[in-house]
Design a protein around this ligand. Structure first.
Ligand code: PGA
Ligand code: ZN
Length: 397
């Protein structure tokens, strides 16, 4: 049973405040977890509250309800969060409080059983980690004056192990710096550690493709490219256009443009090519690339939410779901979304946020829940914390 809970306000990677939770059980179990935070947050995400007031409120009316619960009964723990919150979007207790507590509870339960979190949640037959999906050039809401497309991503599909995959991504990231320097471009980084040069999307494609091909030649490991368009950030509802620096595209034009990029760069993954309210556009986009092995992934569209995913499934919008535990706020809800996705043949990608801590929980969740990719950047302390954890997890297989 749970006999101690601590909540505190800590720093995240952008220098903002976030919540850290610690849970202790009577049998000596201990779990600690932190809430991440987004910059390009979806409008349908669970809502955070300012840390200090959320902690004071939780201490007054939430923590007394959690003390003495059985940490191994995750559903009851998460239901208690929901009941005390009493809203649809966790704005009552704050999604930042909820996700930190929910994940800390699972870790305390695993620790009481002397198990790793991925083993506790995934069971005896889990035997592989997800492949790391890494952000190498980025702009949008994550950097000033860089690319329109938020993230140019890579995934080392030919890597034999998680360790090889992690080092391959780092090699591509490093090679991109060399190319940028050779072209006389600045080498600042965005919030997720991706290079954030002042270049066009076309030049970014060219540079990532060149780096990928160089690393493939040097290592013999296949690397594929992907994107997070984060199209909700570009969508102008009044103009009914996706607004790029040098173009304004209707939904039809956006779909044609993305499909062309999929062909030209053999993209394995495209996240949020269409804005978060347009299920029909997303379905049309998915249809447009069917027959190719391209994942069309919903992040802001689904926000890790079962009801929104059900709507997407009914319309055949996308074939992949981005999973961010803090978008929905509890581990139970995160699991239910993944289960529904897999039941209907959607792939799942476990994901970091642009604002992160050194918390490594998502490496365990991505492994336990059989996600194909772990989206968590390539470099930077808060990113490598998760990648290095993937390497440690793999040693168990
Ligand atoms: P966010 O961005 O964490 O800033 O929302 C990541 C993403 O859009 O996938
Ligand atoms: Zn996204």
């Amino acid at each position: 049973t749970i006999d101690g809970i601590i909540l505190r306000r800590i720093l995240d990677s952008r220098g903002n405040e976030t919540i850290e939770a610690e849970i202790l059980t009577a049998s000596g179990g201990y779990g600690r977890a932190c809430a991440p935070s987004g910059a390009s947050t979806g409008i349908y995400e669970a809502k955070v509250r300012p840390c200090a007031e959320a902690i004071a409120d939780a201490q007054a009316r939430l923590i007394p309800e959690l003390i003495d619960l059985d940490a191994q009964d995750q559903r009851t723990f998460d239901e208690t969060l929901r009941n005390v919150d009493a809203t649809e979007n966790l704005s009552g207790i704050g999604a930042n409080i909820a996700v930190a507590l929910s994940l800390a509870n699972a870790k305390a339960a695993a620790s009481a059983l002397n198990m790793e979190l991925f083993q506790y949640l995934g069971g005896a037959f889990v035997d592989q980690t997800p492949l790391p999906l890494g952000n190498v050039i980025g702009g949008g809401a994550h950097a000033v004056d860089a690319t329109d497309i938020q993230e140019f991503l890579i995934v080392p599909t030919g890597a034999a192990t998680a360790s090889e995959a992690v080092f391959t991504n780092a090699r591509v990231h490093k090679t991109i710096k060399e190319i940028l320097v050779a072209r006389g471009k600045g080498c600042g980084k965005g919030d997720e550690g991706a290079w954030a040069p002042h270049i066009s999307d076309a030049e970014a494609f060219e540079i990532v493709a060149e780096a990928v091909s160089k690393v493939q030649d040097e290592t013999g490991i296949e690397v594929r490219m992907g994107l997070d368009v984060a199209a909700s950030e570009m969508w102008n509802a009044d103009l009914e256009r996706y607004v790029y620096k040098n173009a304004k595209r209707t939904t039809e034009e956006q779909i044609a443009y993305i499909a062309e990029l999929v062909d030209q760069y053999n993209l394995i993954y495209v996240e949020d090519p269409i804005q978060e309210e347009d299920f029909a556009g997303f379905a049309q986009m998915t249809e447009e690339v069917c027959g190719r092995d391209t994942l069309i992934c919903g992040d802001d569209l689904f926000v890790t939410n079962v009801e929104r995913l059900e709507e997407g499934i009914a319309l055949e919008a996308g074939n992949c779901v981005l999973i961010k535990p803090n978008q929905i706020g509890t581990l139970t809800d995160t699991f239910e979304t993944i289960r529904l996705a897999h039941e209907y043949g959607y792939e799942t990608v476990m994901s970091h946020r642009s604002g992160e801590t050194t918390d490594t929980t998502i490496a365990h969740l991505g492994t336990a829940f059989n996600c194909c990719f772990l989206k968590c950047g390539v470099v930077g302390g808060e990113r490598i914390a998760k990648l290095n954890e993937l390497i440690r997890i793999e040693e168990h297989f």
